[in-house]
Design a binder for this molecule. Sequence first.
Ligand SMILES: *[C@@H]1O[C@H](CO)[C@@H](O)[C@H](O)[C@H]1NC(C)=O
Ligand SMILES: *[C@@H]1O[C@H](CO)[C@@H](O)[C@H](O)[C@H]1NC(C)=O
Ligand SMILES: *[C@@H]1O[C@H](CO)[C@@H](O)[C@H](O)[C@H]1NC(C)=O
Ligand SMILES: *[C@@H]1O[C@H](CO)[C@@H](O)[C@H](O)[C@H]1NC(C)=O
Ligand SMILES: *[C@@H]1O[C@H](CO)[C@@H](O)[C@H](O)[C@H]1NC(C)=O
Length: 352
Amino acid sequence: MDHWQRVVVRRNKELRIFTLNSVMKRFLLVIILVAVLMYAVLHTNVWKTNDYWLSYRTMERKNVLNTCLRKPAFASLLNADKIYPFLCSNDFLKVAAFHGSDKFELPYGIKRAESNFHLALSRLESCELFHKDDGEPCKKCIVVGNGGVLRNKTLGEKINSYHVVIRMNNGPIIGYEDDVGRKTDFRLFYPESVFSDPIHYDPNTTVVLVVFKPHDLKWLWSLLGGQKINAKSFWKKPALNMIYKTNQIRILDPSIIRKTAHEWLHFPTRYFKKEKPKHPTTGLIAISLAFHFCHEVHLAGFKYDFTDRNSSLHYYGNETMSLMIENEYHNISAEQRFLKMLRDKNFVVNLT
Ligand SMILES: *[C@@H]1O[C@H](CO)[C@@H](O)[C@H](O)[C@H]1NC(C)=O
Ligand SMILES: *[C@@H]1O[C@H](CO)[C@@H](O)[C@H](O)[C@H]1NC(C)=O
Ligand SMILES: *[C@@H]1O[C@H](CO)[C@@H](O)[C@H](O)[C@H]1NC(C)=O
Ligand SMILES: *[C@@H]1O[C@H](CO)[C@@H](O)[C@H](O)[C@H]1NC(C)=O
Ligand SMILES: *[C@@H]1O[C@H](CO)[C@@H](O)[C@H](O)[C@H]1NC(C)=O
């Protein structure tokens, strides 16, 4: 063979190796594609057989609950099972099926009130957790109860220093700034307890409706649609106007209250006909809410002085402890025991 012949033979050899290489590459590519496809099919099938298929957006929303990588002190309380606190109009039925809320009637589920939930949610503009997120992944929160212990403690500045301040009902700020602070990120309410005087309006607050009866949803739907309110179905006169903007309003997922009542306070799941069912107080529901998205939870204004019936119930107004002792809707002793456990295990820090 002369030089040129040898070159041609080598070229042919290289060409064969080259084509063999590209065939193998294509073969590998096909194998990888098939594997990816099979993984996807299997994965969705596993979800579907559970009947709990949650959309990508629902899963993504839940991720905002896990921005902090450090374990909170109260992690064992949640069993890694965090509930996204607010209902969204596009998937609340799926989420209810996922958490089992479709098997309970109000106040702890949506059964037989689905259409009321649908109507009220359709009037809301947002179900986002944070109005304006400060970008802090590990949130230090304070839940401010309305207890009389807050009087003259000048905790206001301390309360303002938390990432998230959660308050409830019509506990006022105006005139009490020194004792209870000014900042309010969340305020839990029901129709009979929400501010109706615009003097209390705060553009930085997200207000969260705690639904106890179907009428609460009708009330919200009517108010936001500019219709008249029928005040008959309420135990106390409800607010007849809404001072908050639609994009500030959320509806709490009843699963959070159910978990509080059944798992944490050990309330019975059934009552005899003549028995008055006990429900958690808004204060305890607020603490429960905080556990679902905060990394650290502090409390203020949660201590009741049962030894003195004349001591003031709230940090505002004239009501006395005797009102709480006679309350037939709540089980205060069960709640006090739960709060004591939270303090004893250092799950929370109590400022008062
Ligand atoms: C709180 O302080 C005010 C004024 O300093 C006083 O009039 C009031 O009696 C105090 N209240 C309590 C509960 O100590
Ligand atoms: C709302 O937040 C803004 C910006 O953080 C602040 O300047 C304003 O004072 C807040 N308003 C109230 C009523 O707290
Ligand atoms: C509580 O108030 C009532 C009436 O206002 C009064 O008769 C009673 O002595 C008070 N009790 C205490 C322990 O101060
Ligand atoms: C509390 O009582 C005082 C006098 O007893 C009264 O003037 C005041 O209006 C009462 N405040 C409320 C909020 O009921
Ligand atoms: C309150 O709850 C406890 C259980 O935590 C129970 O033993 C007690 O009987 C309840 N009290 C009432 C009045 O329901």
